[in-house]
Design a protein around this ligand. Structure first.
Ligand code: MF3
Ligand code: CO
Length: 251
């Protein structure tokens, strides 16, 4: 069941979204060669707690950290740890912020120092594929229109779309209906209505779409070892089009 949100409820998520965007801004300057992914996790946890917010992923279905930090061929749900980022890596940081019971969810892929043209193109195409999806998220369209726009853009650039993880409704719970696929047919799927709030979070691989899960039970990585990127925004559907709840302002 899709839980439709009021304007007041959307405002509360915008408050959480602004804080989350601030965290991503902070991460931009902190992500550089030599930094351990566990340091990013510690930074985010204390930054949020100082502001009276909670990193919602911590403890969610047993997930042990405040962020997911997925490096290079890791698709999502990577554990932060002792790995020190090195020049040329890409790292996706995903997190969910809880402010007064209302949630905001956004993932962003970052370059570590100078990266290859190949990796930069993956970041650019993946981010753009998310925005192509967001453009289609308007009243009267269907979720298949969103899905198709993402898939079409990613595949026309020679990349593949991960199937196992999808966007989702969100509000007071991290995962609500509907599921928001990143591949599909235009004109199919649930009709988009005012007051829906959901994430669009394509995971795009340079190589094939298949994945494997590590022994930790969480970390998903490409089966063929190719690089993977992800961008995620949370949006609210209004009469005037989608509002990007987790907008970072200038990028
Ligand atoms: N933020 C992720 C999402 O977009 C959820 C990560 S799973 C968790 O749905 F368990 F780590 F929280
Ligand atoms: Co999400």
């Amino acid at each position: 069941m899709v839980i439709i949100k009021t304007e007041e409820e959307i405002q509360k998520m915008i408050v959480a979204g602004k804080l989350l965007a601030e965290v991503h801004h902070e991460l931009r300057s902190r992500i550089k060669p030599g930094v351990k992914t566990i340091d990013l996790d510690r930074f985010v946890e204390s930054f949020l707690k100082e502001r009276g917010a909670y990193p919602e992923q911590k403890g969610y279905e047993g997930y042990p950290y405040s962020i997911c930090a997925s490096v290079n061929d890791e698709i999502c749900h990577g554990f932060p740890g002792e790995y020190a980022l090195k020049e040329g890596d890409i790292v996706t940081v995903d997190m969910v912020v809880n402010v007064d019971g209302w949630l905001a969810d956004s993932a962003w892929s970052y370059a570590v120092g100078e990266i290859s043209d190949e990796a930069q193109k993956l970041l650019d195409v993946t981010r753009e594929s998310m925005y192509k999806g967001i453009e289609q998220a308007k009243i009267g369209n269907r979720l298949g229109d969103v899905a198709h726009a993402i898939q079409e853009y990613a595949e026309s650039n020679g990349y593949s779309v991960v199937r196992e993880f999808v966007g989702h409704g969100i509000g007071r719970e991290m995962h609500e209906d509907p599921q928001v696929l990143h591949y599909g047919k235009p004109g199919h799927g649930l009709r988009i209505r005012e007051g829906m709030v959901f994430t669009i979070e394509p995971m795009i691989n340079i190589g094939k779409k298949e994945l494997v899960i590590d022994d930790d039970g969480w970390t998903a990585r490409t089966k063929d070892g190719s690089l993977s990127a992800q961008y995620e925004h949370q949006i609210a559907i209004t009469k005037d089009g989608p509002i990007i709840i987790t907008d970072q302002g200038d990028c």
